[in-house]
Design a protein around this ligand. Structure first.
Ligand code: SF4
Ligand code: F3S
Ligand code: FES
Length: 247
């Protein structure tokens, strides 16, 4: 049976080193299968997070050969034979153990974003009517599985550590889903500028490249939100109207 060499980060709280493991490679194997094989046969204490093994829970996010990826959706056949496959934890979040990081910062960020606030029902049966076009626009954003791979790759968080200020691409997608929702009445534009610092995003599009749900994060979520911020704060016509009609 063919074999593959895995080089896996082992350690706790940021301290550790890579260790090598040889894995028997079977047809159709993914990186998570190899991790499970190593756990079963060579390192029972190897920590990794996973749940669905179907690319839908977002738990198995890690870095494989330097790229943020879901381990359960990454086939061994994608890599050149004979070269080690390097698996590390995500770098943007605090390290816990081996391949596990603490992503709880993301849940705190989500709590700061004004939730969905629908307008009153407008149909005789007490429900709402929306055009299909408006529904389609936000549907893409709802595919997010909260793997946080986009947060991991974004240089604003990864290299500049702006976790206190910048909410990151995942939560710009979440905000876009709310702002573009045809029934929503809340206004998050001022918060996007002042509290969530959307201006830190310089449209590198790295987030879009790593999204396993193929959400067009930058073009469909971030850029339209940036345009709304510009319209609200910098549009000269809007500024003039505000000046003339300010009480
Ligand atoms: Fe993951 Fe994509 Fe959601 Fe980011 S937007 S958390 S990469 S599914
Ligand atoms: Fe970061 Fe994506 Fe913008 S990677 S800089 S949020 S385009
Ligand atoms: Fe659920 Fe990989 S185990 S996405």
């Amino acid at each position: 049976m063919p074999q593959a060499l895995f080089r896996i980060w082992r350690g706790e709280r940021g301290q550790g080193q890579f260790r090598d493991y040889t894995v028997e490679v079977g047809e159709g194997m993914v990186v998570l299968d190899a991790i499970h094989q190593i756990q079963a046969t060579q390192a029972t204490d190897l920590a990794c997070r996973w749940n669905c093994k179907a690319g839908k829970c977002g738990s198995c996010a890690a870095e494989v050969n330097g790229m943020p990826r879901l381990m359960c959706m990454t086939r061994l056949s994608d890599f050149p034979p004979g070269e080690p496959i390097i698996v590390e934890p995500m770098q943007t979040f605090p390290h816990v153990k081996d391949l596990v990081t603490d992503v709880s910062w993301n849940y705190e960020v989500k709590k700061r974003i004004t939730p969905f606030r629908p307008r009153p029902p407008d149909a005789p049966d007490g429900t709402w009517r929306m055009s299909q076009e408006d529904v389609d626009r936000v549907q893409e954003f709802r595919k997010c599985i909260e793997c946080f791979l986009c947060q991991d790759v974004c240089h604003v968080l990864r290299e500049h550590h702006k976790h206190e200020e910048f909410i990151g691409p995942r939560f710009l997608v979440h905000t876009a889903a709310l702002e573009m929702h045809p029934l929503d009445t809340a206004d998050r534009i001022a918060a996007l500028k002042r509290e969530f610092h959307i201006g830190y995003c310089n449209i590198t599009k790295c987030c879009t490249k790593v999204c396993p749900e193929q959400i067009t994060i930058t073009d469909n979520a971030i850029i339209p939100l940036k345009e709304r911020v510009v319209d609200e704060f910098y549009d000269p016509v809007v500024k003039l109207i505000q000046l003339v009609f300010r009480p």
